[in-house]
Design a protein around this ligand. Structure first.
Ligand SMILES: [Fe+2]
Length: 351
């Protein structure tokens, strides 16, 4: 299979942002017959830099991360138990992951070896439309600075959300769509910043409002869903049919850790749109997680942050029109970004 020239050019632009240099090593990871076009394009693009590149192809698995086939679970991948493949990935400078290693112990092991990892699995037109920029990185890193300095995050909305996260137990993580830092992971395309509350340090109410997005279901909520959270656990889920679906979905994992609270942060990408999901339900939908001013509330595993919750049950809920405060200083008011250094510049708006 020949790589499409347009996709090779796009991947080369991405590898340039990832700081790829002559003589560096690149492994492209895939499973089964999935995303062969991405594999070929990255291998061809890496060759333009004079990098040493190769392909690691694993057996297929039946679960899926895009919600289209089988169960949407995270953390269990065909890399588990495949020591030679894992060692090959740990031995390179840059891994291009097309299978979704996030939340797996193998991803952590690769990063700890100093290898940077770029996840890439979204549709090609979305890779191009939400192509990362150094301006996005600057704004996301400015958000990370604010988050790192805070000891409490609180967010509210007009539907009755009022929840507090005690910060400091977990690091602050950034996603801006590329990575040139050894040991660092990122996902092309994405744009947000996040951390986690202390395991027993999240308390309050989260009321998912009509129009907020339920992932991995890839649905807009049509009615309010009220979650009561005590000491970092969901203790009650109330509402109509969507609350019943959520309750049943989580119960199906038969895992108390499925009721834990995961990452919390906000979206920073001006190219991503809240309404994107209305016409485009492909893949795992980083657009919904990234649109400017969303509060990205999530439940389940926190291994990505260095925590011990390893449940495969992970929900991401991008919420609109929220107000978010760090130690009572506003970052978002009704979904609008407040600090100047976090707002897209006029120059960015012209892109
Ligand atoms: Fe998530």
């Amino acid at each position: 299979m020949q790589a499409s020239p347009g996709l090779v050019d796009l991947c080369a632009k991405e590898l340039a942002l990832c700081g790829l240099r002559e003589g560096e090593t690149v492994a492209v990871l895939s499973q089964g017959d999935e995303r062969a076009d991405y594999v070929n394009a990255f291998l061809a693009a890496a060759a333009r830099f004079g990098a040493v590149a190769f392909h690691v192809r694993l057996p297929d698995v039946s679960s899926s991360v895009d919600g289209e086939v089988g169960a949407w679970t995270v953390g269990a991948t065909p890399l588990a138990g495949n020591r030679p493949a894992l060692d090959a990935l740990k031995g390179v400078d840059l891994v291009i992951d097309t299978i979704f290693l996030l939340f797996s112990p193998e991803q952590r092991e690769i990063q700890e070896a100093g290898t940077r990892i770029l996840l890439c699995m979204e549709p090609v037109d979305n890779l191009a439309r939400m192509f990362p920029t150094p301006d996005l990185r600057r704004r996301v890193e400015a958000g990370a600075e604010l988050l790192s300095a805070a000891s409490e995050l609180r967010f509210t909305n007009a539907s009755g959300t009022d929840v507090r996260y005690r910060l400091g137990a977990y690091p602050v993580m950034t996603q801006y769509g590329y990575t040139d830092t050894p040991g660092r992971w990122d996902h092309w395309p994405s744009g947000f910043v996040f951390t986690g509350g202390a395991d027993d340090g999240v308390d309050g109410r989260v009321v998912i409002a009509p129009g907020d997005i339920l992932l991995p279901f890839k649905e807009y909520a049509r009615e309010a869903v009220e979650l009561t959270i005590e000491h970092g656990r969901i203790v009650d889920i109330r509402g109509g049919v969507e609350a019943a679906i959520l309750r049943d979905y989580i119960e199906g994992f038969e895992d108390q850790d499925a009721y834990g609270i995961s990452h919390i942060g906000w979206g920073m990408m001006k190219e991503a749109r809240w309404s994107g999901l209305a016409t485009d339900r492909r893949s795992i939908h980083m657009e919904a997680r990234s649109f400017l001013g969303n509060v990205l509330f999530s439940t389940g595993p926190n291994g990505e942050l260095g925590g011990t919750n390893a449940t495969p049950c992970h929900l991401d809920v991008p919420m609109r029109d929220c107000s978010l405060f760090l130690d009572d200083e506003p970052v978002l008011i009704d979904g609008d970004v407040i600090p100047d250094e976090l707002r897209p510049t006029a120059q960015e708006a012209l892109r």
